[in-house]
Design a protein around this ligand. Structure first.
Ligand SMILES: Nc1ncnc2c1ncn2[C@@H]1O[C@H](COP(=O)(O)OP(=O)(O)OP(=O)(O)O)[C@@H](O)[C@H]1O
Length: 719
């Protein structure tokens, strides 16, 4: 038992030894929450003699569950069964395997992933004589997701008889969804939403089944609890209702998945769900220098909806955090690369110890180009290199078609978007090209009226390419690309697909060409540009192990690196302008948490960088508001940010989604007595942060009224 506690600090020890009741551990960044969680599990087994089959420990990803099991086994011995260290879905599968027969499903039901869902939908579309493209697929999947947002539909699926449609007079989409549910039932397939929904319904319909699990699970632990959504929380709550031992660990300051349903309130307001709950704070950080912590703390303090905690560390002092401000993107990239070379040479750092983080994937482009130029090996974590991304390769293939008309580019884009030139017609073109000694494109031109090419859009494709070729001499490369993407319908095709990231990447490519044209100072030829580009596209780094890591902040969550560059810290990039527009104050707080997660990945040195210039839409670039929010004494600025620009930036920020407005919207706490000009006096009962409203009980009204938090004429009588 002793050995389970040695090496842990006092709060970690407390978290390990407090085994009874409802306990929430607010564990800050780098405070060793995984250590606390695994040691607690081992403590229950080794010191208290609890069987692992009586302990449920849930995580969000299979990877996290696997890592947790590995670490626990090291502490308790390999032969013990740790099957209840699992994901939410994994747990539901266990429950359903035992009792799903009550719903007339076999124990060995099938779990459907997205690919399986697509296969089922494709069959339905074929049966109905309809075409399934990516956009329709997404739309139907979204609608299915919406239907499965609650559990009503489950009743329809678990009857012994054939399914009775929910409503048979629906539109085409509803009919497709009904057919999908039927098919699902026929193959006894459950998707991820079903797993949790079926479990809920099972527990509600058969309290005995719930009771069985409640009896079994004496101790329940939840990791990364700040990312729980309503159903996950509810499941944990239900399971803990008998023994009342629920232990959750998380960091509300690291919630970055609110946009997909996570709600930090389950962590922040834990006490209101379980009034006897205890709270333990793990606020000693083992990862970062005091300088890095000071800067990160000074940022996250600006969030209102949080549990206040200040991280401390006993780690040795290090270098001051640096904010680099460049005059343009090239200067920013150059500075980063120079710094990296310094770290590699002067500090003998290895490339593996360096991470470059950014808010959105498209931002990798300017860094990648600078790294390639300086021959620094890098890897993109959890994604593709910029010039390897599908849409970028397609776009460049358009340019190559204009310049060279080569077969590779032709084959890549002739049927994207669909022009009815599929495998068979391509085969025909290949044979003819071989026989006539022509390129595929010239073959297409020659045989465009051939019966084999009828009912295709070959002529439109040729017209587009020819018209672009004729303008090649008089147009900039950037104009040619823009026209090409429009005339060939490629941009519309990507837009229709609805993948914002792909659109952002295309815009970034255009933006980079415009910049290249500007820096070259003279008109560059298309061929010249394409030649320059091969420098970036022919780069083969596969299989290299010691590389600088590039990734989005989302991907970096949970990881740590000695040297971290958080780049592209431009207002409207971080915080992201779309998030601010859609989710206002909540969105702003989530973006701030993202910046915080990024900063707290750093162990020894942290660099925040951004630069002047223009964004792709022609919008002037300003430093992120998060830079201005940092404690000025806590970092050092390199590069000159002139006063005028700073003033402009602050005005821009105010207008965009200003700090003033956010301050206003902090509004009044629950319980405040207010006077409304029409409804009279009342009390704020609830605050709905998502809808940005107060729920107010007015003395003169029977039912409560939602009133906007922005409503200026609400007068406070008493707090
Ligand atoms: N008591 C301790 N003494 C020394 N080192 C510790 C202690 N607890 C944790 N650590 C170390 O601190 C680092 C951070 O721990 P860990 O990754 O578990 O943090 P975390 O809370 O999950 O962080 P984050 O939420 O920011 O990802 C690890 O390198 C871990 O080994």
């Amino acid at each position: 038992m002793e050995e389970l506690l040695t090496g842990l600090n006092e709060s970690q020890q407390q978290a390990v030894m407090e085994t009874e009741g409802y306990i929430r551990v607010i564990a800050g960044a780098g405070s060793g929450k995984t250590k606390a969680l695994t040691h607690r599990y081992a403590f229950l087994v080794n010191a208290l003699g609890i069987e692992p089959s009586n302990i449920l420990c849930v995580t969000f990803t299979n990877k996290a569950a696997h890592e947790m099991r590995r670490r626990v086994k090291k502490l308790i011995g390999g032969e013990q069964d740790t099957g209840f260290i699992t994901t939410y879905h994994g747990f539901c599968v266990r429950v359903l395997r035992e009792d799903i027969h009550r719903f007339f499903y076999p124990k060995n039901f099938v779990i459907l992933d997205v690919e399986d869902q697509k296969t089922l939908l494709r069959e339905i579309f074929e049966d109905l004589g309809l075409k399934l493209n990516d956009k329709t697929f997404k739309r139907i999947l979204d609608k299915i997701g919406m239907l499965k947002g609650n559990t009503h539909y489950v009743n329809q699926m678990i009857t012994r008889d054939a399914m009775v449609p929910l409503d048979d007079a629906g539109d085409l989409d509803s009919q497709i969804i009904q057919l999908y549910l039927k098919k699902q039932k026929r193959v006894f397939g459950l998707d991820f939403d079903d797993l949790i929904n079926f479990t809920f319904v099972l527990f509600h319909k058969y309290p005995k089944v719930l009771g069985k699990w409640q009896d079994r699970l004496f101790y329940i632990q939840g990791d990364e609890f700040q990312d729980s959504n309503e159903k996950q929380f509810e499941l944990m709550r239900m399971l803990a209702e008998k023994h009342h031992n629920l232990f959750v660990v998380g960091d509300p300051d690291q919630t970055i998945y609110e946009w997909r349903g996570a709600d930090p309130k389950y962590m922040v307001e834990f006490q209101s769900f379980f009034p006897d709950a205890q709270t333990i704070f793990l606020n000693q950080n083992y990862r970062s220098t005091p300088e890095i912590l000071a800067v990160s703390n000074s940022l996250i303090k600006h969030n209102v909806f949080r549990v206040d905690k200040e991280m401390i560390t006993e780690n040795q002092e290090g270098l001051k955090v640096i904010h680099y401000h460049g005059k343009d993107e090239n200067e920013e990239a150059k500075w980063i690369v120079d710094k990296i070379e310094d770290l590699l040479k002067k500090k003998q750092a290895s490339k593996d110890e360096i991470a470059i983080l950014y808010r959105a994937n498209y931002l990798s482009r300017f860094i990648e180009q600078a790294l390639i130029k300086e021959n620094i090996d890098y890897t993109i974590f959890g994604g593709f290199k910029f010039f390897d991304r599908m849409e970028i390769k397609d776009a460049i293939a358009h340019l190559r078609m204009i310049a060279f008309g080569d077969d590779l580019s032709f084959a890549r884009i002739v049927n994207v978007p669909k022009r009815q030139i599929g495998k068979k017609r391509m085969q025909f073109l290949r044979e003819r090209a071989e026989a006539d000694g022509l390129t595929l494109y010239d073959t297409l031109k020659k045989y465009v009226d051939h019966p084999r090419l009828q009912r295709t859009q070959a002529q439109q494709f040729i017209d587009a390419i020819e018209s672009l070729r004729s303008r090649k001499k008089d147009n900039h490369v950037s104009e040619l690309l823009q026209d090409a993407l429009q005339r060939t319908g490629y941009e519309a095709y990507i837009r229709e697909d609805g993948d914002q990231e792909r659109l952002d990447n295309l815009t970034e490519l255009l933006h980079s060409i415009v910049q290249y044209e500007q820096t070259m100072g003279e008109d560059i030829e298309l061929e010249e540009y394409l030649q320059m580009l091969t420098l970036y596209t022919d780069n083969d780094l596969e299989g290299k192990s010691n590389t600088v890591k590039l990734m989005t902040i989302h991907t970096a969550k949970g990881l740590e690196f000695p040297y971290v560059f958080l780049v592209g810290m431009t207002e409207s990039v971080l915080p992201n302008v779309r998030t601010l527009r859609d989710r206002k104050e909540r969105g702003l707080e989530e973006e701030r948490r993202l910046a915080y997660v990024g900063m707290t990945r750093a162990e020894k040195e942290l660099y925040l960088t951004e630069s002047e210039g223009y964004q792709s839409g022609g919008v002037k670039k300003y430093p992120s508001r998060f830079i201005f929010e940092l404690d000025e004494d806590a970092y050092q600025r390199i590069g000159i940010l002139d006063e005028e620009l700073e003033k402009e930036a602050k005005e821009y920020i105010k207008a965009a989604y200003g700090t003033d407005r956010v301050a206003n919207e902090q509004g009044h706490p629950k319980g405040t007595k207010v006077r409304h000009p029409v409804f009279g006096e009342g009390v704020i009962e609830e605050i709905d942060h998502k809808k940005n409203t107060y729920l107010i009980y007015f003395d003169n009204l029977k039912a409560p009224r939602p009133i906007s938090r922005n409503f200026k004429r609400l007068e406070v009588i008493d707090q």
